[in-house]
Design a protein around this ligand. Structure first.
Ligand code: GTP
Length: 235
């Protein structure tokens, strides 16, 4: 296996499956199966999940809601998704721990870096909820931050497109996909991989990012084995 400890970033929207809102149990179960495959190989898996299927702070702000209130709602949405994913993983017999950046200790353990690492070492999937615990930061930033804190080898950003293209492949069928690209080149070409805060944090800490299609069965395992199916961003 190419990687021993990964941080998987999933978007909240991905959990909607075919729905317009909320959580599709079928999609959740599929993700749990995909994650189980890599856990069974002894890969240590940490997960950050977004909350956009339930609430997006930025969208709330654009409708006149206070940004901080909106972001707090978004953070709670990630906890809801984390609980759902935890439940789906446990249905698949995967041991998990949900650690939250905001303390809700009746519901989940508070985030403590050393605890998180210990859980990973014991083979538990660690789900990080509530983003970074701060407004104005995205869950991509939370993913990079947690990946650095727990010394993950790579961030795997699971999306519905299969990598990074020079143009939006959903708008332009002629768009060209990159197999590899440097952080500098992504910035130079103005490509959207993550928001700038998250992306720069990853670059400064030399943490590679792989963007891949999480919705195709077997892809997560392929990426972890080092197969070049998505786009890898590194120095
Ligand atoms: P080790 O000591 O490394 O074996 O970890 P552990 O997580 O098994 O031990 P611990 O006794 O800390 O936790 C047992 C169970 O309680 C696990 O399911 C934890 O997720 C849960 N747990 C621990 N701390 C908290 C907390 O503050 N809040 C909630 N809700 N659950 C917690």
């Amino acid at each position: 296996m190419q990687y021993k400890r990964i941080l998987l970033k999933l978007s909240g929207e991905a959990l909607m499956g075919e729905r317009q809102y909320g959580i599709d149990p079928k999609r959740l179960a599929e993700y749990a199966e995909e994650i189980k495959k890599v856990v069974d190989l002894g890969i240590q898996v940490a997960i950050v999940i977004g909350g956009g299927n339930i609430f997006r702070g930025v969208a709330g702000a654009s409708n006149g809601m206070d940004r901080v209130q909106g972001d707090h709602m978004g953070m709670l949405a990630t906890v809801i998704n984390g609980l759902a994913l935890q439940s789906a993983l446990e249905d698949a017999d995967v041991h998990t721990r949900l650690l939250t950046a905001l303390e809700i200790k009746e519901v989940a353990e508070p985030y403590i870096k050393r605890k998180a690492i210990r859980h990973l070492e014991k083979g538990r999937v660690v789900i990080f909820g509530a983003g970074t615990g701060n407004p104005y930061f995205t869950t991509d930033s939370a993913a990079v931050l947690r990946a650095i804190e727990v010394n993950a080898d790579v961030i795997l950003k699971g999306t519905r497109v299969d990598g990074i293209y020079n143009e939006d492949p959903e708008k332009n069928t002629e768009a060209i996909k990159f197999d590899h690209i440097s952080f500098d080149e992504v910035l130079k070409q103005g490509l959207k991989v993550m928001d700038t805060t998250a992306f720069t944090l990853s670059q400064e800490n030399e943490l590679p990012i792989i963007v891949f299609d999480m919705n195709t069965k077997g892809n997560l395992l392929k990426v972890v084995s080092g197969e070049n199916i998505g786009t890898k961003v590194n120095l």
